[in-house]
Design a protein around this ligand. Structure first.
Ligand code: NAI
Length: 668
């Protein structure tokens, strides 16, 4: 039995005990109804305290049931059964009451929570809306303003905020069970509040719904948030039963939608990413201190990411002037976080206090981990690693943040090849969630396990990548940009291509994004390869860089910028520069443009998969979502491709899929 009932005087304590997080499985739902029947039938019981055993009250729905049809008893009936019980129920919450767990708590007459509890409705993050009264009871408890924020925002709140907005009645100090029992006894002596289903709710102010809808439409994160808003609106306009029926119908419809399937796919991919099966049972090495070499864009960001986990960090630069710049870079990043209220002033001081900047490589002698982020030049990197090899402890892990270079070449000939690994961060490194982990053939399993443990500690999504130029993400990026240039050559307008990708759900199109990051980085990389005698095709971007159009920072790139913060304006100079290269092909709709470019990403992804550079298609999806702005609610390029299938894919691409992609599509 997952649900037990015991009596403490006239109060029943109903405990849900279904590890790990008391998810609302079918059995558990039935047992909750049984407990309500039993409590109602027992004349000695005056009130019921509902608690969760273990880590949480009730963390939410049972994710393993997501892909099956819902089985009775359905959650709305469970919540209604608790709400209409003859005795008042008190939810005594710890850990988490999320989604269905929160809805069960709303069926109770009172809610008290222990410190450290998270409460709320993350449903929209999985592409659905609450399905058991969350959108109907919440406004009756906290009003529409707060309910809209909770339900459409999807972000849980802590107990303090929950208390402040009226989502819970009290915060339990000390033992939760005792606090709940005392609360129940005190409540019994007072007039009982009516159940939420029976309460009226004040309509929001004029224009409220239009404002909320505009705000959400601007976020552009798929349909679920807007549908949740529509459910809340219905709760304002219809009676309780009608609003409940509307919410349930919306929930069931969205549950079967592409968007929900995509978000579930990403959810499971993220969970799997942090624990690769081949590392099971392998102990990571402890990391107590870290070094970073190079205090530029990436080094400063990596140092900050490490500092935020509390690790002391030594930042090595090549000379005093560069060291001073490195410290400034770090300070600027911290200052930016203070400005955005992400850290407080004292926290900022703390972050700075734990960083020491040096030009002495010996200062890295004690570090457990050193991450190199110097110029992307093989000679410079080889020299850094040779010197690190000389001063670092033999058990220290040495990592490179290279974007394109082969890590094997960087450390060739150095001692103990087992201790090297690629750790490819994304800019800004203290913000972006992706971490590509690139093992060398000799990398020790425990070094790899440490890299994954570090990713978890940094709050990153780790993806293992094999060695090739650009690893997973930059290799797909190259293909994506080339495909965008192809469309341009065929006559599509720069602004139309960007708009099409925004329409698909990216924050920026490929050309805007290049202008933001700077066109010169990839240009220099191509020039380097050309100088080394590699065959590198001339790109349209090369033409722009050669006349100094390097992006926003030069006021000109694919677009003109009156100033760096100004909106991109189509450029007549670019029109002239490229006139000889672009043709008048058939004009394409935004959808066709997006379909083509996303298909090209999937094409490259399939090649990456076939070559074993990525372990699984879902890893490629994670790379694109967490490193390159692919809309999460589309599930990533591989998921998207598998949903579209081979036939539509051929239409999107304008040619049959490659053998690698065809194999991937038929396997899916
Ligand atoms: P950056 O030019 O901003 O910074 C490089 C820093 O390394 C400079 O501060 C320089 O003084 C320092 N440095 C050079 N030689 C050194 C030496 N021998 N010892 C100590 N410090 C030295 O470059 P950025 O953008 O930070 O890139 C660094 C590395 O990260 C490159 O390998 C790059 O490919 C990679 N990367 C860059 C990304 C980006 O978006 N900028 C993203 C992911 C990786």
């Amino acid at each position: 039995m997952a649900v037990t009932l015991e009596k403490d005087g006239s109060i029943a304590v109903v405990t849900v005990d279904s590890p790990p997080v008391n998810a609302l499985s079918r059995d558990l739902r039935q047992e909750l109804i049984d407990a309500a029947e039993a409590a109602d039938a027992d004349p000695d019981i005056e009130a019921v305290v509902l608690m969760g055993a273990g880590r949480a009250f009730i963390a939410g729905a049972d994710v393993s049931e997501f892909d099956r049809l819902p089985e009775p008893p359905h959650l709305p009936d469970v919540v209604a059964r608790i709400e209409t019980a003859k005795k008042p129920w008190i939810a005594a919450i710890h850990g988490a009451a999320l989604g269905g767990g929160m809805e069960v708590a709303l069926g109770c007459r009172f809610r008290i929570a222990a410190p450290g509890t998270r409460l709320g409705f993350p449903e929209v993050a999985l592409g659905v809306v609450p399905g058991a009264g969350g959108t109907v009871r919440t406004p009756r408890l906290v009003g529409f303003d707060k309910a809209v924020a909770l339900v459409t925002g999807g972000k849980p709140v802590g107990e303090e905020e929950a208390k402040a907005i009226g989502l819970i009645d009290a915060i339990a100090e000390g033992d939760l069970r005792q606090a709940a029992l005392s609360f129940a006894r005190a409540a019994l002596g007072k007039p009982m509040p009516s159940p939420l289903a029976a309460r009226d709710v004040a309509a929001p102010h004029e224009g409220f719904w239009v404002e909320a809808e505009t705000r959400l439409a601007k976020r552009g994160e798929g349909a679920a948030r807007l549908r949740a808003l529509a459910c809340l609106k219905r709760a304002a306009e219809a009676d309780f039963a009608a609003a409940m029926a509307h919410e349930r119908a919306t929930f069931l419809e969205l549950r079967a939608s592409d968007e929900a399937a995509a978000l579930r796919h990403v959810f499971f991919a993220e969970r799997a990413a942090s624990r690769p099966p081949e590392l099971k049972g392998i102990e990571p090495r402890p990391i107590r201190s870290a070094g970073v070499v190079g205090g530029g864009t990436m080094g400063a960001g990596i140092a900050l990411a490490l500092r935020r986990t509390g690790l002391p960090v030594v930042l090595l630069e090549r000379d005093e002037a560069a060291a001073a710049r490195g410290l400034d870079n770090f300070r600027d990043l911290v200052g930016g976080m203070v400005k955005r209220a992400l850290v407080s002033e004292p926290e900022a001081d703390e972050l700075l206090a734990g960083l020491s900047v040096t030009t002495e490589i010996r200062a890295l002698g004690d570090a457990d981990l050193v991450i190199e982020a110097v110029f992307e030049e093989i000679g410079v990197k080889r020299d850094v690693f040779a010197r690190l090899d000389g001063v670092c402890r033999p058990d220290a892990i040495l990592a490179t943040n290279t974007s394109y270079l082969d890590p094997r070449r960087i450390v060739a000939g150095l001692g103990d090849p087992e201790r090297y690994v690629g750790l490819h961060f994304f800019s800004p490194a203290h913000v972006m969630k992706l971490l590509e982990i690139v093992p060398l053939p000799e990398t020790a399993p425990e070094v790899l396990a440490t890299a994954f443990a570090l990713a978890a500690r940094l709050g990153k999504v780790p993806v293992k990548a094999g060695i090739c130029e650009g690893f997973i993400g930059n290799r797909i990026l190259k293909r994506y940009r080339a495909a965008a240039e192809d469309l341009l050559r065929q006559g599509a307008a720069i602004a139309d291509i960007d708009a099409a990708m925004r329409g698909f759900g990216f924050r920026m199109g490929p050309f805007e994004a290049q202008d933001m990051g700077g066109l010169d980085i990839a240009y220099l990389q191509r020039e380097g390869a050309r100088a080394a005698g590699e065959p590198v095709l001339e790109t349209l971007a090369d033409i722009l860089v050669r006349v100094g159009r390097k992006g926003r920072k030069t006021g000109a790139g694919w677009y003109d910028y009156a100033e760096s913060a100004a909106a991109p304006t189509p450029s007549s100079e670019v029109g002239e520069l490229l006139a000889a290269h672009v043709g008048g092909g058939p004009s394409l709709s935004g959808e066709a443009i997006a379909a083509r470019l996303v298909s090209e990403m999937a094409e490259e992804g399939a090649a990456i998969l076939a070559e074993g550079i990525a372990v699984a298609a879902k890893d490629i999806d994670l790379v694109e979502i967490h490193g390159y702005g692919f809309p999460r609610w589309r599930g990533g390029p591989m998921f998207h491709a598998s949903r579209r299938g081979a036939k539509r894919f051929a239409d999107d691409l304008g040619r049959p899929p490659s053998p690698a992609l065809a194999a991937f599509l038929s396997a899916g």
